[in-house]
Each structure stands twice: as structure tokens, then as C-alpha cells.
Design a binder for this molecule. Structure first.
Ligand code: F6P
Length: 328
């Protein structure tokens, strides 16, 4: 018989993502709805170690559904990787009478949570929040949709200046291990080539494609590069390579960087966050533990958290084909 949950702690950890605030709001308000107490834990696991807690009620989360970032702040705690750090964190949770945790973050957050949960037999549930969309067990992570729209908007602007000057731009987007952002923002912005970590398309192919692009009379060229791409070492080296080999190309580089993590969440991310928060609290009330809330084919489902961190989601290979066809 699982222990009755009377107080839930909620935290955000790892890289922030748009929609995290909407998820916190949903967790806090669902707790209020079911008359469960809710405690906000600041700065992720680091705040848990330091006892940086604040009681939250339905009104504490007014007007945050539309805000980027995370009002609980976030951190990548090194101390939580140690047994001593986790012991301090546990002691603070016990002192505050917290019975279970909702962890909003990516694979690092979930891995830390699982170790902690196992060590102290402490109920946890994960909500996937990362712009990279790389977590197994969900079609979408919070922040991914917003980041895609942010990237596409930025690339559209780069296209304006690229075509005015008849230039080639290498645009780097986030995605350390997976190419979801590059691939989707690339197709969405009409990029001529898309380089992703999953496939090494080779520099020769890139040159061929650029030559073709020129011959067919294109006035600008955008090559979208995921930060984890294996083709060249980085966008600046790719630029140097092309400048050396295709003398008539005027090349520029634009690294979109952390702007992709900021901004107001899209409606899609707000709705997803709202649904996930409700499911997280209700699942804890029903005795669920060590699971992640995911969305599969538009249905909110639970997925074992240990499986969620065992690898990365696959890119949509069909999109690479679509991109090749449209890049005529
Ligand atoms: O986890 C998401 C992500 O945006 C990655 O794509 C990127 O490599 C990383 O975060 C950068 O994070 P930070 O600068 O916070 O270490």
C-alpha cells in the first residue's frame, strides 16, 4: 500500500526550456485542486541540497503560463552527483515533510532523480522539459515546439540578408546529440542542406550540393547545422572549407545559440505542459513512482523513467528525403 501523498515538491533542473513555467503552474494548481500541499524547490537539485524551498499555492503561479525560462530557476548540480550531496537533499525533504517529487528536465535530471529515488525509496515522477526533444517515451518534450518556431523565425531573417547579398550562411542550431531542431527548422525554413549528428553526409556531398545550388540560379543558400553534427568539426571550419574550395561563394556564419531556449512558450507547449502537470500529480496520488509523463500520438501516457534515459529519440528520416527533393 503506497503512502498517501500529502506534500509534493516540484523542481526544474538542467537546461531551461519554454513551457517549464506552464508545467510548474499545472503541478501547483493540480495540487491545490486535490488539497495536496506543494513546495517549490529553487535551482534544481542544488536548491534541494541547500533547502531552498518555498511553499506554493494556486496564486503563487499567477501569470506565468506565458513566461519563458523557469521562475524556480535551474542548475546543473555537481554536488547532487555525490552521496553526501544527496543525503543533505534527503534530510531537507524529510524536514519539510515532502512525500514525493515532480522533476521537470531532461535526461540528466531524470538520471539524478532515479539514483536518489533508489537510494532513499523516494517517489519521483518526471516531466520531460528540453528543447532538444531527445527523450524516449514521448513524441514531444516541453520547449521543443517553441524552440523550432524561434529558430525558423531567426532563419527567415537570415534569409533576407543572405538573398540581398547572394550569400551562403551556415546557421548553427542547438542539438548536441540529436538533429530534430536542425531537421525540422531546416525543412520549415527551406534550408538547402541540413547537417545532423545522426548522419555524416560528408564534405564532398556538401560541395556538390552548393555547386548545384549556384548553377540552378539560387540567390541565397542556407545550410543548417546541428551543433553535434559530425560532417565538419564546427560551423566555422565548414565555412573555411567551403571558402577554400568554392572561391565564388561569399560565406557567413550565424550561431543561434541560447536565444533558442528563451521566449514565451508556444500554445502547443503551454497545453502540453498543462496536461503533463495534471497527469504527474494524479499519478503520484495513484501510487506511481519512477515514471515519466509522455505524450504518444496525442495521448498522455506514463513511461518507465529508466527507459526514457536509455538512448535518444530517432530523427524522422523521411524529412531528410523531403528536404533533398525540395532542394532542387
Ligand atoms: O539540453 C539542451 C541544450 O540546449 C543542448 O542542445 C545544448 O548543447 C545545451 O543545452 C547547452 O546548455 P548549457 O549552455 O546550459 O550548458
Amino acid at each position: 500500500m503506497p503512502k498517501t501523498i500529502k506534500k509534493i515538491g516540484v523542481l526544474t533542473s538542467g537546461g531551461d526550456a519554454p513551457g517549464m513555467n506552464a508545467a510548474i503552474r499545472s503541478v501547483v494548481r493540480t495540487c491545490a485542486f486535490y488539497k495536496i500541499k506543494c513546495v517549490g524547490i529553487y535551482r534544481g537539485y542544488q536548491g534541494m541540497i541547500e533547502g531552498d524551498f518555498k511553499d506554493l499555492n494556486a496564486r503563487s503561479v499567477n501569470n506565468i503560463i506565458n513566461k519563458g525560462g523557469t521562475f524556480l530557476k535551474t542548475a546543473r548540480s555537481q554536488e547532487f552527483r555525490t552521496k553526501e550531496g544527496r543525503k543533505l537533499a534527503y534530510d531537507h525533504l524529510v524536514k519539510k515533510n515532502i512525500d514525493a517529487l515532480v522533476l521537470i528536465g531532461g535526461d540528466g535530471t531524470f538520471t539524478g532523480g532515479m539514483i536518489f529515488s533508489k537510494e532513499y525509496n523516494f517517489p519521483i515522477i518526471g516531466i520531460p522539459g528540453t528543447i532538444d526533444n531527445d527523450i524516449l517515451g514521448t513524441n514531444f518534450t516541453l520547449g521543443y515546439d517553441t524552440a523550432l518556431n524561434t529558430a525558423v523565425e531567426a532563419i527567415d531573417k537570415i534569409r533576407d540578408t543572405a538573398s540581398s547579398h547572394k550569400r551562403l550562411f551556415f546557421v548553427e542550431v542547438m542539438g548536441r546529440d540529436v538533429g530534430h531542431i536542425a531537421l525540422n527548422a531546416g525543412v520549415g525554413s527551406g534550408a538547402e542542406e541540413i547537417l545532423v549528428p545522426e548522419e555524416n553526409l560528408g564534405l564532398e556531398r556538401l560541395l556538390e550540393s552548393l555547386l548545384k545550388s549556384r548553377k540552378t540560379g539560387k540567390s541565397s543558400t542556407i545550410v543548417l547545422v546541428a551543433e553535434g553534427d559530425k560532417t565538419g568539426n564546427n560551423v566555422f571550419e565548414l565555412r573555411d572549407y567551403v571558402e577554400e574550395n568554392l572561391k565564388d561563394y561569399d560565406v557567413r556564419v550565424s550561431v543561434l545559440g541560447h536565444m533558442q531556449r528563451g521566449g514565451a512558450p508556444s500554445c502547443f507547449d503551454r497545453v502540453l505542459a498543462s496536461k503533463m502537470g495534471v497527469k504527474a500529480v494524479e499519478s503520484l496520488m495513484n501510487g506511481k513512482n519512477n515514471v515519466m509523463v509522455g505524450t504518444i500520438n496525442n495521448i498522455i501516457e506514463l513511461y518507465p523513467i529508466d527507459k526514457a534515459v536509455k538512448g535518444h529519440t530517432k530523427i524522422d528520416e523521411e524529412l531528410l528525403r523531403v528536404s533533398d527533393i525540395l532542394n532542387i
